[in-house]
Design a protein around this ligand. Structure first.
Ligand code: SF4
Ligand code: SF4
Length: 142
């Protein structure tokens, strides 16, 4: 939800947009599984990861019909919990803190993971395996 260029915004609009901290996390890939939103490893193709800016900000909704307005993003729960647009909303539910990688996404697409409980369990097991992998790697380097 970042901007690179804009057309003479009003003062009100500028103040509203100034709330954004330019972390770029709301431009990450997002997947809705069951009743939860999960974040993927990649990002929107219009996102510049170096500058953490949208390259088509002024026309983003025309260029990318999947780009959500702040209102729709809040309703769907795509903003991280510490994003200034949602940080003060008492009932807001942020996306899962666990990232869906490409291998997990293939399982979802093939119907091997259907519910958010199944995905949470899969990601939990995956996270448990990760430290073991890291240990093996660091042992190999000695
Ligand atoms: S078009 Fe893509 S990069 Fe730009 S604000 Fe929307 S999601 Fe982010
Ligand atoms: S998550 Fe919030 S603070 Fe971060 S880029 Fe998106 S709107 Fe801005």
């Amino acid at each position: 939800m970042e901007r690179k260029k804009e057309r003479s915004p009003s003062r009100k609009q500028t103040a509203y947009e100034a709330k954004c901290r330019r972390c770029g996390r709301c431009c990450n890939d997002k997947y809705i599984v069951g009743d939860k939103v999960y974040v993927g490893e990649g990002a929107c193709k219009y996102f510049d990861p170096e500058a953490k800016l949208c390259t088509v900000y002024a026309d983003r909704h025309e260029v990318n019909p999947d780009c959500l307005s702040v209102r729709d993003g809040i309703a769907l729960g795509v903003f991280p919990a510490d994003c200034p647009y949602v940080a003060d909303l008492p009932d807001y539910v942020a996306p899962s803190g666990r990232v869906v990688d490409a291998a997990t996404l293939r399982l979802i697409e093939r119907g091997k993971i259907v519910t958010s409980d199944e995905l949470d369990e899969h990601l939990r097991r995956q996270a448990e395996r990760e430290p073991r992998k890291d240990k093996k790697r660091s042992r190999g380097r000695r």
